[in-house]
Design a protein around this ligand. Sequence first.
Ligand code: FAD
Length: 470
Amino acid sequence: AAAADENDVVVIGGGPGGYVAAIKAAQMGLKTTCIEKRGTLGGTCLNVGCIPSKALLHSSHMYHEAKHAFPSHGVKFSQLEIDLPAMMAQKDKAVSGLTRGIEGLFKKNKVNYVKGFGKFVSPSEVSVDTIEGGNTVVKAKNIIIATGSDVKSLPGITIDEKKIVSSTGALSLSEVPKKLVVIGAGYIGLEMGSVWGRLGSEVTVVEFAPDIVPSMDGEVRKQFQRMLEKQKMKFMLKTKVVGIDASGDVVKLTVEPAAGGEQSTLEADVVLVSAGRIPYTAGLGLDTIGVQTDKAGRIPVDKHFMTNVSGVYAIGDVIPGPMLAHKAEEDGVACVEFIAGKVGHVDYDMVPGVVYTHPEVASVGKTEEQVKALGVAYQVGKFPFMANSRAKAIDDAEGLVKILAEKETDKILGVHIMAPNAGELIHEAVLALQYGASSEDIARTCHAHPTMSEAVKEAAMATYDKPIHM
Ligand code: FAD
């Protein structure tokens, strides 16, 4: 057991990686302290990421539906307005309720919570400049770095969070911009672009790469881009921003083809820079104790999440792997299990990814491009939501389910779903992959009627045989 003033585990960072690790450690009987500088728990995800973005995605979707879908369902009203302050207040209420909820969980599980900025003074001591002022040193046998990530800026672009914003500013605009330019066609840019596009902004997405969301299955991506274009989102792919002038009322962007060529100008009321995120270890004192980082600034870890310094671990966005909240949580649990002398495991190939636009795009496992590159013989089963009775009943039938399975064994290799609620539908596929299931396993599993999930079953049938409803 730890000495009176010593912890078994200290976690630096109270995001989804850190707070989950702290709760799990306490549940396993380890004396645990979590240090967080923000003043609230939940990290990027809860404060300025997953949760506020999903709140705004939902509110803006309701407005968009009311405007464009309600009339055809026979629901009519004489006036429709956006009350942006009320929308923001609902988002803030969701965030504050959830952050307080984690504080409650800390109390319930007896996690000691220190509010302040932590930095290593030795591999077993963290000095904390507390938010109230003053300093305290927290000691531990094991220290977990869960300091997450921060917005990546672009050279020559200064984010002022008013006219040139990061995702954080884009979550709190005080009015709907007439023109919004999004730099970067990753999921964060597309989600925030969708929010403001639904509320009335003209949205142009500028992307250096030839494709949006590079990790997505190519065929699904094409359909996804078409769908976003139908929603009036404009794309300038293979294009780079070479200059930005925010001195006037409108921001002027100079762009040119990625390969070089003629320049043109774009105007915007607001520019969202969403060109990725970088690991955050500023001021942490990694040098003091000799923790190594790679070229990208991430902290490499071994299978036990231990860094090159014994007793110092790292999890979540600050280490290599998908920069996602649920991945950070899985890391946190597994890391603590190792510390407690048990066995933990996270398979990054089984981490689902979801883009929360409408429809959503969710996937797990390999894309068709990745399967081809592996050189494995495979079968593809597809089923469109146009042929799904529930999707037709609710008149929301854009999208498809695509399943890739190994030809010889029928073992599922990857599943890709574009549909309303694809982020929920994907989990039977995640479980199937986790269990090493075949597409026939899904096809022979009874699915309730009428549900969108039946499209997963039909796509599974189509993988090794024929679907019924196509
Ligand atoms: P973080 O959540 O970044 O938490 C790290 C915490 O450590 C921070 O609170 C920070 O204040 C604190 N900290 C850092 N240094 C110190 C220090 N020295 N002392 C004390 N405290 C410190 N992921 C999803 O899975 N789904 C989504 O829908 C999703 N949407 C997103 C939308 C947006 C707009 C953004 C920006 C991100 C989104 N993400 C989403 C990504 C997700 O937020 C991150 O993957 C996740 O938060 C990583 O968790 P973490 O615990 O590793 O780090």
